[in-house]
Write a new protein. Structure first.
Ligand code: FE2
Length: 459
């Protein structure tokens, strides 16, 4: 941990933060210095009272700073409780299903009160202001996380202190992104292994920043660094296991997954949070059973139901297409089995450097194989049923609901397998010592998964 913190201290002091500060003035806000800024050798870089413009930014970015840049910064307009409440209300307007959850659980007033009671340190509201202006979707995600994670916390019966820690951590869990290269962070292209490492560093940078906030409760920085871990030991930055993880990080990890599915995967479809259940059922232990149970309970109490999709094309084609996707998953399963075999065979040969990362891949592979098994998607019953439905002429509402559920399961499993492939590439591109023979074996299997998925279309 110390080594990683050391490695990212300068990013947390400035990194690319001054780039965002210089840009927000174009959006109607102005960042200025509230004290003289020196580099680590004591040389003056910018005087008190100057605006962060292009020139100042150039000067700051070239040097290692003595103190974190944010401690020298004032903003003409800074976000406050009302800003957060407004964003929350906008979120409810934008996604009517969230409003259904909010109203069914009678949570809106309680959440707004929670926001009002929590006096966020100006350093945090400064980051949230910049996040709102520069990465609005991340800001919206923070509000979503704050709302849903504190609702899950209430459902878990957690006390007010823990709910407060979860609220604060959820609001600022991704602020580390503001300090990393925006060209990488905001990119839509395929990232290299090195670039993925940069993205992943946001949890470390975020923790360093949170640690610097006076009076912060220690659970907050801890939740920030743990929000991409999971209970299988398949997360980052430390691949910790369930017993090593705190509740707040687990809850935020859950809400981030739900956010990603609701906002990205369900985009351009009629799906709502009512369609999240198959995902949850496939992942009951990823963030710990208590978190799973409370989340399921929230969705259940909301009364939201999965949508009955009525695709424009005919249901027979739908059934045929699902069958095709299941065949592809079956092939991918075979390749995963090969990787598993290789890992077993070669486990004595890998050296200490490799062990951690490869055991993570092994953990993920094991997890997907068992999830695939438990999903029942590859069973002959499903195949026969789909085959039968292909020949039916009328559209049955219930059948359409079942198609929908199957499609959701396929999507989630496909995502998990793709993620494993990505993890493997991060490993094979890294500088750690490698066992060449093992790499060759596994690379062949990974390549075959890649080929299989290329047939599914879309990277
Ligand atoms: Fe994150």
């Amino acid at each position: 941990m110390e080594e990683l913190i050391q490695q990212y201290t300068d990013h947390a002091k400035n990194g690319f933060y001054s780039v965002h500060l210089s840009e927000i003035s174009n959006k109607g806000n102005q960042a200025f210095t509230t004290s003289d800024i020196h580099n680590e050798k004591g040389v003056l870089l910018a005087r008190k009272g100057v605006n962060i413009d292009q020139d100042v930014r150039q000067q700051l970015i070239k040097h290692k700073l003595l103190k974190p840049l944010d401690s020298h910064i004032g903003l003409k307009h800074q976000a406050d409780t009302q800003t957060l409440i407004n964003e929350f209300r906008l979120l409810m307007d934008k996604y009517p299903d969230l409003r259904v959850v909010n109203e069914a659980l009678n949570y809106g007033a309680e959440f707004e009160k929670l926001l009002q009671l929590e006096r966020l340190h100006p350093l945090m509201t400064q980051k949230l202001t910049v996040l709102e202006a520069q990465m609005h979707s991340e800001f919206e995600k923070s509000i979503f996380a704050a709302w849903l994670s504190t609702m899950i916390a209430r459902e878990m019966g957690l006390g007010m202190d823990e709910r407060r820690d979860i609220l604060v951590a959820a609001l600022i869990h991704d602020i580390g992104l503001l300090h990393l290269d925006p060209e990488i962070i905001c990119s839509n292209r395929k990232l290299s292994a090195q670039e993925w490492r940069t993205v992943r560093a946001h949890v470390i940078v975020g923790k360093i920043i949170a640690d610097s906030v006076p009076g912060i409760f220690p659970e907050v920085p801890r939740a920030i660094i743990e929000h991409h871990e999971d209970c299988f030991g398949a997360g980052y930055p430390f691949a910790l296991n369930e017993d090593q993880l705190g509740i707040p990080g687990k809850v935020i990890s859950m809400t981030d997954s739900i956010h990603s599915i609701r906002v990205k995967s369900f985009k351009n479809s009629q799906r709502t949070l009512g369609d999240i259940t198959p995902y949850l059922q496939l992942n009951p232990t990823t963030n710990g059973h208590e978190v799973y149970r409370a989340t399921m309970s929230v969705i259940k109490k909301s009364g939201l139901q999965p949508v009955r999709l009525r695709p424009d094309d005919c249901p027979q084609d739908y059934a045929k297409n699902l069958g095709k996707q299941i065949d592809i998953l079956r092939e991918a399963k075979q390749a995963l089995d090969d990787i598993h075999e290789n890992l077993l065979e070669l486990s004595d040969r890998i050296d200490q450097q490799d062990v951690k990362q490869l055991s993570v891949i092994a953990a993920v592979t094991r997890r997907i194989r068992s999830t695939l098994h438990e999903s029942g998607l590859l069973s002959s019953e499903i195949a026969q049923w789909l085959h039968k439905e292909r020949d039916l002429s009328d559209v049955d509402e219930q059948v359409m609901g079942e198609f929908n559920e199957i499609e959701l399961l396929i999507k989630e499993l496909t995502w998990q397998i793709r993620n494993t492939v990505r993890m493997f590439y991060s490993y094979s591109d890294s500088d750690t010592t490698r066992d060449t023979m093992m790499l060759e074996h596994i690379e062949t299997s990974i390549q075959s998964i890649q080929d299989i998925f290329n047939r599914l279309g879309g990277g």
